[in-house]
Design a protein around this ligand. Sequence first.
Ligand SMILES: [Cu+2]
Length: 134
Amino acid sequence: MRNGFTIKLAESILLAGLLAIVGFTLLLNPVTARSMGKGKQVIHMNASNYKFTPDNLRFSKPGPVTLAVENISDYEHNFTIKNSKGQVLKSVDLPPKKKIMVTFDLPEPGKYEFYCDIDSHARLGMKGQIQVGE
Ligand SMILES: [Cu+2]
């Protein structure tokens, strides 16, 4: 009886360890989100000190996009996105521990840079890009 319990316990610990490793691996790998249709889908993004996760998105076609950007840190951040000409399409502040829905239009194929416009956060790594089209 006692041995059976010990084995069950060992199995549980092993399983928990495995799950932790898998979770950690997923966290560390940069995610590339892909979408096919025009922007009905909501893509979740985390903002932390000092990065966005995922920081690299790809859409097959131009159109509206909604990001649910969750600031998981204790500090104020911001999400600003520019078009390929450097014009700001949208700039939204992200209060600590809040999830903000950010909707904007990606009007044409190309590369769109986004970043946090607070202090030197972008230089510290708080930036990313969205590719539309091929
Ligand atoms: Cu920031």
